[in-house]
Design a protein around this ligand. Sequence first.
Ligand SMILES: Cc1cc2nc3c(=O)[nH]c(=O)nc-3n(C[C@H](O)[C@H](O)[C@H](O)COP(=O)(O)O)c2cc1C
Ligand code: SF4
Ligand code: SF4
Length: 329
Amino acid sequence: MNILLIYFTGTYHTRYLTDRLAERFEREGHAVTRHEFFGESGCKTEGFDLVGIGYPIHGFNSPMVFNRFLRGLTFGRGQPYFLYKNSGETFAVNNASSRVIKRLMRKKGAVLRGEYHFVLPYNIHFPYQPDFVRELLYYDSKLTEVLIFDLTHERTRLIRSNFWYDLASFFVSVQKIGGPVNSFLYRADPDRCRRCGLCAKRCPTRNITLREDGLPRFRHRCAMCMRCSFCCPADAISIGFLQGWKVNGEYHLDRVPQGPPERPYITDQSRGFYACFPRTYREIEAAFSEVCRLKEEAGEPLPELERPQSAPFAGEAREEEPASLPGKL
Ligand SMILES: Cc1cc2nc3c(=O)[nH]c(=O)nc-3n(C[C@H](O)[C@H](O)[C@H](O)COP(=O)(O)O)c2cc1C
Ligand code: SF4
Ligand code: SF4
């Protein structure tokens, strides 16, 4: 198959996921083209047998800037596509997050072949512990195998929403005005800022320009993706009314050790915020076991969960990054 993966990413988690999916499809002998949204208005979609659409969940929705970008694309009638989304937790309302994209793709006549929800660490609210991140990536690698098997064996796997989740997602979607409004409150501390220009260079909506003295100036088309504050080597950017929820420093997902942590981070006794994870793990485990059984019956090799370590990322060159980010892993 000739596969196109179109995605939006704030803090590179969706890019990480896209790279993993691309590697796996390529290992199965498929050709993959990746297109990361970077403020442009179009990309070539003709000639692909399958299109993957990837995004981070923002406030139980897909990012508005990405919806707008997809709306401008042309797809042939009957174009098969799948969704791969990721977020920090799996509260059931997240099941409704693709409702806008599904609607606009339906209008274009495209046909949904599957929807997959990966869990990656929060880039907002609070940072995740290394063992937790490792455990999430372990389950993500199982879900990746499920996705590859489904899409290469004509199997459709959908995520079901309902009226209440759709309604909640719709109400929370008012956060889409939060970015432009919050932009007025974004600031770079002149005493901390090193005038490196990294934030302006990386902002995916080109919302940041540099003043003559090198200090960033924020315009008003922010997607609240967190990339600028996440990447700033001097922790100089304050992010308005989200400042209390700021998480700084990349997780370096490509360097996380393989396999589950020595002791499970999430257990059936996990409560409060963590209570939604055991169900998600069980669902992934069940789907993965089914895939293994079907492969065994068909005499196909069983999935390997190895992730390449320190694989190069697509898109921006990693060497642009300053040597010491305020990281957590
Ligand atoms: C503005 C904003 C809103 C978010 N809302 C949600 C949410 O509703 N549910 C959730 O599980 N995670 C939420 N997250 C966390 C991200 O979905 C998660 O960290 C994701 O992996 C980020 O991917 P990216 O690096 O590709 O942008 C939110 C993050 C941001 C910045
Ligand atoms: S990334 Fe940080 S240090 Fe660099 S220009 Fe932007 S605010 Fe200043
Ligand atoms: S200003 Fe910062 S948070 Fe807003 S879109 Fe640009 S990088 Fe993302």
